[in-house]
Design a protein around this ligand. Structure first.
Ligand SMILES: Nc1nc2c(c(=O)[nH]1)N[C@H]1C(S)=C(S)[C@@H](COP(=O)(O)OP(=O)(O)OC[C@H]3O[C@@H](n4cnc5c(=O)[nH]c(N)nc54)[C@H](O)[C@@H]3O)O[C@H]1N2
Ligand SMILES: Nc1nc2c(c(=O)[nH]1)N[C@H]1C(S)=C(S)[C@@H](COP(=O)(O)OP(=O)(O)OC[C@H]3O[C@@H](n4cnc5c(=O)[nH]c(N)nc54)[C@H](O)[C@@H]3O)O[C@H]1N2
Ligand code: SF4
Ligand SMILES: [Mo]
Length: 637
C-alpha cells in the first residue's frame, strides 16, 4: 500500500510523496501525482531517501565523547547530562547558544526555538541562504511576496535572472518547459557554466556579483527612451513610486558605459535585454538565490526589482518578480510565543568569531537540523569555537563536521520518520509530512527529544498534536482540520495568484521604494583574481552526502579562456585564498565567465572537500546574509 508523506528538505519545491513499503522490506518513494504543484515528479535526492535513512553510517544511539572517542550511552544518561549542563548555565542563560537550521522546517521543527526561548538562551541572526534577497524584496515591495509559479504559464517572456533550473527547483523548470512549448521565450542571465541551456532561448553572461549594474544599464536605456509613444515608465508606473527622484539621483552617479563596464556586458546585449521587458505582453522574472550571496547581493536584487517595476512588469497575470515567499506564511504558530524569548543573537556569517568573542562567554552550544561547522564561512574558526566550549550537543543522524565536534550526539529522526506540517518558500501549497516509517534503533524525533528534556527541566512542551492543530486553526489562509490534512496530504491556501495587483504594494502608502544607492563591486586582490562560486550539487543536498561518494580530490571548474586558471586544466592544483589552501582537481567549463571559478558545495572538511575554510566571513549589505560568493581565490601548484 502507498501512503502519502512529504519532503522536508530545505528545498523550494516541497514535494508531496507516495511511500510504498514492499513485502521484501524495501521502501520506495515516488512523487504524488495528485499534488498540483509537484505533479508526481521528485528529484534524485527524494528518491534516494530510503537509502539514506537505512545507511550503515547512520547514528542510531546517543553517543558521548570520552577521551576523544564516541561511546554509546542510554537516553536516560544522555538527557540527564543535558539537563545537568543546562541547569549549570541557567543563572546566565545567554551562555547557552541554540542553533536551529532549516533542514527540518515545519510546525514541530520549532520545538527547540520554544524550549530555548523559554530558557532565554542565545540564538542566531542573519542567514546562510536567502535573507539579503528577502530584505531587498521587503524594502521595495513592503512584503516578501510574488506571483504564484503557475503565472509563468501566462508570461510572454521569462527572464531567468540567476537560477540553475537544471539543479534546483525541478518543478519551476517543468513550468518553464511547459511555457516554452506554448511559445513563451526564456532568457537566462548568469555567469555561465550552468545547466540552463536546455531551458533558454538566449543567455547573457554577467560578471559575478554585478547584476545591479546590468539592471542599472537597462534602466538607463529605458528612461532615455521615455516619451509618449515609447516604452519608458509612464504616469501609471511613476505614480506608484515613493522615491523616484532619489533613485534617479543614485543612478546618475554612474554613466551607461561605466555600468556596462562594471558588469562586462555589451551595449547591444543590454538593449536586447531591455526589449525583454518592453516588448508587448507580460514578462515574469525569476531571481536566483546566487545573485544575492554576494557582498552587494541585496542591492543586486533591488535593481532587478526596479527594472521590472519601471517597465510595468509587476502586478499582472504573467508579470511579476519572483524571489520567494516565507515558507511559514500559510500556517499560524504551533507553539505559544516563548517567554521570555532569546536573550541575545549571534551573527551567522561570523558565528565562529562571535562565539569566541562573546561576553559573557558562550559555554554550551545546542544544534539541530544544521551543519554549521561545515556550512558557514571561515570554517576553521567555527570549528575552533565549537571545540573550545564546555558542552556541545548535536542532534544529528550522521557523523558530519559539526557532529564530530560534539560532546554528545543525539540521534534524530529524518524525513518520513516524523510527522509535521510545512509550507514551501516557492509555492503556497501546504503539505502533511506523515510519519510512514519507524525510526531505526533508538532514534527519536526532535520533538520527542525536546519533550523529554523539558520534563527534566521542570518545563512543559505542548502536545505535538495540539501544536499542529493550533498552527492550522491560526492559519491566515487555510481552512482545514488536522484530520483532513492527514487524509488529503496537502492543502491549497486561499491566496490570490497575482501579487501587488495594479502596482499596489504592501507598504502603508501602497507605493514601491526603489534603491537609493548604486555601489561599486569590491575588486580582486591581484594575487587572488578569481571569484569563487560555491554552487549546489545536483545529487546531494548541501552537506548531506555519503562519505563514500567523496573520494579523491574535489573538482573546480574554470573557463578555457581564464588566463590564470587555464594552465591548470586537467591537473591537480591548490585552490588558495588568504585563509588557506585546498588540494583540488581543475576541469574546463566552456561558457563560464573567465573571472569565475566554480566548486560544488557541501563536501566535508574531514575529507578535505570543503571550500568553507577558504571563505572569509563576509556579510552582505542586507539581511545579515553570508556573502560566500564575494570570496576571491587563485589556483596555484
Ligand atoms: N560555501 C558555501 N556554503 C554554503 C552556501 C553557499 O552558497 N556556499 N549556501 C548555504 C545555504 S543556501 C544553506 S541553506 C546552508 C545549509 O546548511 P545546513 O542548514 O547546515 O544544511 P545541511 O548541510 O543540509 O545540514 C543539515 C543537517 O541537518 C540534518 N537533519 C536533517 N533533518 C533533520 C531533522 O529533522 N532533525 C535534525 N536534528 N537534523 C536533521 C541533516 O542530517 C544534515 O546533516 O548552507 C550554506 N552554505
Ligand atoms: N540538488 C540540490 N538542490 C538544492 C540544494 C542542494 O544542495 N542540492 N540546496 C537547496 C537550497 S538550501 C537552496 S538555498 C537552493 C539553492 O539554489 P541556488 O541559490 O539557486 O543555487 P546556487 O547553486 O547557489 O546558485 C544558483 C545560480 O546562481 C548563479 N549565480 C551565482 N552568482 C551569480 C551572479 O552574480 N549573477 C547571476 N545572475 N547569477 C549568479 C549561478 O550561475 C548558479 O547557477 O537550492 C535548494 N535545492
Ligand atoms: S529535495 Fe526538493 S525536489 Fe527533491 S524531493 Fe525534496 S522537495 Fe522535491
Ligand atoms: Mo539555502
Amino acid at each position: 500500500m502507498k501512503r502519502h508523506s512529504a519532503c522536508t528538505m530545505d528545498c523550494p519545491d516541497s514535494c508531496s510523496f507516495l511511500v510504498e513499503k514492499r513485502e521484501d522490506g524495501t521502501v520506495r518513494v515516488t512523487g504524488n501525482p495528485d499534488h498540483p504543484f509537484t505533479r508526481g515528479v521528485i528529484c534524485a535526492k527524494g528518491a534516494a531517501l530510503p537509502k539514506r535513512l537505512s545507511h550503515p553510517d547512520r547514528i542510531t544511539r546517543p553517543l558521548l565523547k570520552k577521551d576523544g572517542a564516541f561511546t554509546p550511552i542510554s537516553w536516560d544518561e544522555a538527557l540527564d547530562l543535558c539537563a545537568a549542563n543546562i541547569t549549570a548555565c541557567r543563572a546566565h542563560p545567554s551562555s547557552i547558544l541554540y542553533l536551529h537550521g532549516f533542514s527540518s522546517h515545519g510546525v514541530l521543527a520549532k520545538a527547540g526555538d520554544f524550549l530555548f526561548g523559554t530558557l532565554a538562551a542565545s540564538s542566531k541572526t542573519g542567514s546562510m541562504c536567502d535573507e539579503a534577497g528577502c530584505e531587498a524584496t521587503a524594502r521595495d515591495f513592503g512584503a516578501v511576496d510574488q506571483n504564484a509559479p503557475s503565472e509563468l504559464l501566462n508570461a510572454a517572456r521569462i527572464v531567468n535572472w540567476g537560477r540553475d533550473l537544471s539543479r534546483s527547483g525541478v518543478h519551476t523548470g517543468m513550468l518553464v518547459r511547459q511555457a516554452r512549448k506554448a511559445g513563451t521565450k526564456v532568457l537566462t542571465i548568469s555567469p555561465g557554466g550552468d545547466g540552463n541551456a536546455p531551458f533558454s532561448d538566449a543567455h547573457v553572461r554577467v560578471r559575478p556579483g554585478t547584476d545591479r549594474f546590468l539592471a542599472a544599464a537597462v534602466i538607463k536605456l529605458l528612461l532615455d527612451q521615455n516619451g509618449p509613444d515609447q516604452n519608458g515608465p509612464g504616469p501609471a508606473v511613476l505614480s506608484r513610486l515613493a522615491n523616484f527622484q532619489a533613485f534617479r539621483q543614485a543612478l546618475s552617479a554612474w554613466t551607461l558605459e561605466d555600468c556596462l563596464a562594471a558588469c562586462q556586458v555589451s551595449l547591444d546585449q543590454a538593449r536586447d535585454l531591455l526589449s525583454w521587458f518592453t516588448d508587448p505582453g507580460p514578462t515574469s522574472t525569476l531571481i536566483g538565490w546566487g545573485v544575492q550571496r554576494h557582498p552587494l547581493g541585496g542591492q543586486n536584487v533591488r535593481f532587478i526589482n526596479a527594472v521590472s517595476v519601471l517597465a510595468g512588469q509587476v502586478g499582472r497575470p504573467g508579470a511579476g518578480v519572483s524571489f520567494g515567499i516565507g515558507s511559514g506564511r500559510n500556517l499560524g504558530p504551533g507553539f505559544e510565543t516563548a517567554v521570555p524569548g532569546f536573550s541575545g543573537r549571534l551573527l551567522l556569517p561570523r558565528l565562529g568569531r562571535e562565539i569566541l568573542d562573546a561576553d559573557p562567554p558562550i559555554r554550551m552550544i545546542w544544534v539541530d537540523a544544521m551543519n554549521p561547522v561545515n556550512q558557514l564561512p571561515d570554517a576553521e574558526t567555527t570549528a575552533r569555537a565549537f571545540e573550545t566550549r564546555e558542552f556541545v550537543v548535536v542532534m544529528e543522524a550522521f557523523l558530519n563536521d559539526t557532529a564530530r565536534r560534539a560532546n554528545l550526539i543525539l540521534p534524530c529522526a529524518l524525513p518520513l520518520e516524523r510527522e509535521d506540517i510545512l509550507g514551501s518558500y516557492q509555492h503556497d501549497w501546504v503539505n502533511h509530512s506523515a510519519q510512514v516509517l519507524d525510526p531505526p534503533g533508538q532514534v527519536k524525533t526532535d520533538y520527542e527529544i525536546y519533550r523529554l528534556l523539558a520534563e527534566r527541566l521542570g518545563l512543559t512542551l505542548p502536545r505535538a498534536e495540539d501544536c499542529l492543530r493550533r498552527a492550522l486553526a491560526a492559519s491566515p489562509s487555510l481552512d482545514i482540520s488536522l484530520e483532513e490534512m492527514r487524509e488529503r496530504g496537502f492543502a491549497r491556501p486561499n491566496r490570490p495568484t497575482v501579487a501587488f495587483p495594479g502596482l499596489v504594494f504592501a507598504h502603508a502608502d501602497g507605493l514601491c521604494r526603489l534603491p537609493e544607492g548604486l555601489d561599486p563591486e569590491p575588486g580582486p586582490d591581484p594575487d587572488y583574481p578569481l571569484r569563487l562560486l560555491t554552487l549546489i550539487s545536483k545529487r546531494s543536498h548541501n552537506s548531506q552526502m555519503d562519505q563514500a561518494a567523496q573520494s579523491g580530490l574535489p573538482t573546480v571548474f574554470v573557463a578555457p579562456d581564464c588566463t590564470t586558471g587555464a594552465p591548470f586544466i586537467g591537473r591537480a592544483a591548490h585552490l588558495a585564498s588568504p585563509l588557506g589552501r585546498l588540494a583540488v582537481r581543475v576541469e574546463s567549463l566552456p561558457g563560464l565567465h573567465p573571472s569565475a571559478i566554480i566548486m560544488r558545495r557541501g563536501g566535508w572538511m574531514a575529507l578535505n572537500r570543503s571550500a568553507n575554510p577558504l571563505i572569509a566571513p563576509l556579510v552582505a549589505d542586507m539581511g545579515g546574509q553570508a556573502a560566500y560568493y564575494g570570496q576571491y581565490v587563485c589556483l596555484e601548484a
